[in-house]
Design a protein around this ligand. Structure first.
Ligand code: MG
Length: 249
């Protein structure tokens, strides 16, 4: 069965990484919630997509240079508002849910990985009782290397269209194998049956991300990918239910 991951708590349905989106996702008939993490200056870990507050909230600033209280005082730009959640707050929302975590390790401003961040994320998820339900993802191979050293939890490499285009499928697969990365995820628009076959033939799992329209979601199901992320989780569930003849999960 192809798994559905609610991207940032369903951005196109609930806003970007909003408390409302995550609470709604926790109640949905899907398998994973995708989210991104950044450190604050005072040692907290916040759930937010961008490394800054500038693009998605009413405040400005680099999260890694702000305190947790500063970040929490921001209001996310979207109808329902809400402030960026800390990682423990997100864990509390999903502890009783059947939806599992898909945690993306983000770099800081300029795409540079935060120093010593991965061990802290792993430790906090462990402390909050969610590590055993977490899959990790990153666009950055060094972050995946750091994860591999820190935990046995599953991880996957987010391969961007330029990286896929420049390396080509064989080198992407070689890189994944060389770094013990068991799963590759590509933008849904670059996913093809032959790419999936190449990846699967190497013993790696294949998924895709950014399946936001009905056509993209249908493509992900038709390819039979392991998992895909979507900003429209309710739509993805509706399409899956329809394909199953209207019977709910
Ligand atoms: Mg992400």
């Amino acid at each position: 069965m192809t798994r559905i991951a609610s991207h940032r708590g369903g951005t196109l349905e609930f806003g970007d990484s909003t408390p409302r989106g995550f609470k709604a996702t926790a109640q949905m008939a899907l398998e994973e919630v995708e989210f991104d993490v950044h450190p604050t200056a005072d040692g907290a870990i916040m759930v937010h997509h961008d490394a800054t507050l500038d693009g998605t909230t009413d405040r400005c600033g680099v999260i890694a240079e702000l305190t947790e209280a500063d970040v929490r005082s921001a209001v996310i730009d979207y109808g329902a508002g809400g402030h960026p959640l800390s990682l423990p707050e997100l864990c509390a929302i999903f502890r009783e849910s059947e939806v599992d975590f898909r945690c993306e390790i983000k770099p800081g401003v300029g795409g540079i990985p935060y120093p010593d961040f991965v061990p802290r994320v792993v430790e906090m998820l462990e402390r909050e009782g969610m590590l055993h339900r977490t899959t990790f993802s990153s666009f950055l191979v060094p972050s995946l290397d750091a994860l591999g050293k820190e935990t046995d939890r599953p991880l996957l490499w987010l391969v961007s269209p330029p990286v896929l285009g420049q390396l080509g499928a064989p080198a992407v697969v070689e890189t994944a194998l060389a770094h013990d990365i068991p799963e590759i995820s590509v933008h849904v628009d670059t996913a093809t049956l032959s790419l999936k076959q190449t990846v699967n033939d190497a013993g790696l799992a294949f998924g895709c991300w950014a399946a936001h329209t009905a056509q993209q979601i249908e493509k992900a199901f038709a390819l039979g990918v392991k998992v895909f992320t979507t900003d429209r989780p309710s739509l993805a569930i509706a399409i899956r239910d329809q394909q199953r003849g209207g019977s709910p999960r």
